[in-house]
Design a protein around this ligand. Structure first.
Ligand code: XMP
Length: 520
């Protein structure tokens, strides 16, 4: 068919990776230095598949991972990432016990179940409840009523939460326990939303389902509106990333911890990772700035020896030798990136690091040989960068893109009418201080490393992870449509590249217009 035939003339300009990168071997190239050539396509963006296998037993439905940074990924972010089909890597700048609890929070997350619902006590006055609603700006007025031990006593219905009853006690106005419909947490089964959906259909007019444990203590609450929203979302193309027991997937980062003698603290690393595994962690990331080192290699070997089936990510490296080394030590997936991150100063401080597309190409060659996967870590600012990164890697890791989301840790700051969240490099002085202090028990002089390799910054708030990912996924799917790639494997096989001049780069962004609405 003429339409699909490749023109020799095109191939002089638009070259596949194995020609393009060797031809540009003496220049480090990053995302904006190149563009992808369009190809004949029969693929509509909406029909593209984005699932990716990072290791045996680690399958994601979208190739996007949130970075193990203390201003990006804690349990809320990891939960949101997995619900969208991706993965969150919990950072390690926190006490080990707290990281274990965060893994549990993600693994035990039941979508739609409010696990700590707002409740009231029988002794409270309705006036107090009204005051609480006003103060906290709650958009609801029906509350479960529990006693001091957390046992369910009844339900305070919204229609009695009125100023005229302010002097009445909750105990007088509640619907007693015997008349409140509940379900035991064990009956929720594998698919709590389907179970709750059935319950609401069977119980006309009931909008809240209280979940109790065997001792009749309130365990959670499922609302009809959440069930309806989630049922609608289930029609979405990309399903949550779950393990074989239907729990959300979750990753956790660990460092190559050393003891007081400067030796690798094998016992401590093994004890911590055992705890993470017991809680159901799906992947461990041995995360450091320089992964092609004895310390990181030994850590990976220790973990591989102790946990033969545990998927292990390790990094960061930017050379084929680095990938081979970590693969030989037992890593399944290797993080590629030194200095591309939006908060990184490694290249300025240390004079070291390779622009991302060149680093990805060299690393991808070793990865193919060693049958491991690679992750493009850092420097991604737009969906087009992700498409380019995915032509050479199996997934991307993003920090800055998610740091302004509701689900990222930290408070919102208002500056001149705009809202921001803090975003800092893990090599920034403040983050190193926090990490070293909790990790090694130091209060003062918490770090030996005196030259920070990251900055402390702000990101404008950008709403929910769902919203940000919807835009990124839309962009990835468009890119795949332009290349006629049905899945990520085809994207890697088909991609052809050409370098872009500075004028070409200017041409790529909106120009010569007064922008009324930004693209995002
Ligand atoms: P983005 O561009 O997504 O980058 O914000 C996130 C990635 O940057 C790395 N990282 C650092 N690199 N100094 C560095 O040189 C730092 O302080 C630092 N903190 C994070 C990390 O790989 C992350 O995923």
């Amino acid at each position: 068919m003429a339409a699909t035939r490749k023109s020799n003339f095109d191939s002089l300009f638009y070259q596949p990776a194995d020609k393009f990168f060797p031809a540009n071997h003496n220049t480090g190239l990053t995302f904006d230095d190149i563009t992808l050539a369009t190809l004949y396509s029969e693929i509509l963006p909406r029909d593209t598949l984005l699932d990716t296998q990072l290791a045996e037993g680690l399958h994601l439905n979208i190739p996007v991972i949130s970075s193990d940074m203390d201003t990006v990924t804690e349990s809320r972010m990891a939960t949101a990432m997995a619900l969208n089909g991706g993965l969150g890597l919990l950072h390690y700048n926190l006490p080990e016990r707290e990281q274990l609890s965060q893994v549990s929070r993600v693994k035990n997350h039941v979508h739609g179940l409010i696990q700590e619902p707002i409740k009231v006590l029988p002794d409270q006055f309705i006036g107090d409840v009204i005051e609480m609603i006003e103060q906290k700006k709650f958009g609801f007025s029906t509350f479960p009523v529990v006693d001091e031990q957390g046992k369910l006593v009844g339900l305070l219905p919204g229609h009695v939460v009125k100023p005229r009853y302010a002097k009445r006690k909750v105990a007088e106005a509640l619907q007693p326990r015997a008349h409140v419909e509940t379900i035991n947490q064990k009956e929720l089964g594998k698919d709590p939303i389907a179970r709750a959906d059935k319950f609401f259909t069977e119980h006309l007019g009931i909008h809240k389902l209280l979940v109790v444990d065997d001792k009749d203590r309130l365990y959670g609450l499922i609302t009809l509106s959440d069930v309806e929203r989630i049922t609608q979302e289930r029609l979405a193309q990309f399903k949550p990333a779950r393990d074989s027991r239907f729990r959300l997937v979750c990753g956790a980062a660990v460092s190559a911890t050393r003891n007081a003698f400067g030796e690798l603290d094998r016992n401590r690393i093994l004890a911590h990772v055992s705890g993470l595994v017991e809680r159901g962690v799906d992947v461990i990331a041995v995360s450091t700035a320089h992964g092609h080192t004895k310390g990181v290699g030994d850590t990976v070997k220790v973990l591989r020896g102790a946990f033969p089936d545990l998927p292990i990510i390790a990094g960061n490296v930017t050379s084929a030798a680095g990938v081979e080394f970590l693969a030989d030590c037992g890593a399944d997936s290797i993080k590629i990136g030194q200095g591309p991150g939006s908060i990184c100063t490694t290249r300025i401080v240390a004079g070291v690091g390779i622009p991302q597309m060149t680093a990805l190409y060299t690393c991808s060659q070793a990865a193919k040989k060693k049958k491991v996967t690679i992750l493009a870590d850092g420097g991604i600012t737009k969906s087009g960068d992700i498409v380019k990164a995915l032509t050479l890697s199996q997934a991307v890791i993003c920090g800055g893109i998610f740091a302004g989301c509701n689900e990222a840790p930290g408070d919102v700051l208002e500056i001149s009418g705009k809202y921001y969240k803090q975003y800092r490099g893990m090599g920034s002085f403040a983050a190193m201080k926090a990490g070293s202090a909790v990790r090694y028990g130091h209060e003062k002089n918490p770090t030996q490393k005196v030259a920070p390799e990251g900055v402390e910054a702000l990101k404008e708030t950008c709403g929910s992870v769902d919203r940000v990912l919807a835009q990124l996924i839309g962009g990835i799917q468009s890119g795949m449509g332009y290349l006629g790639a049905k899945n990520l494997e085809q994207l890697r096989q088909k991609a052809c590249y050409i370098r872009v001049s500075p004028a070409g780069m200017r041409e790529a962004a909106p120009h010569d217009v007064v922008e009324l609405k930004t693209g995002n």
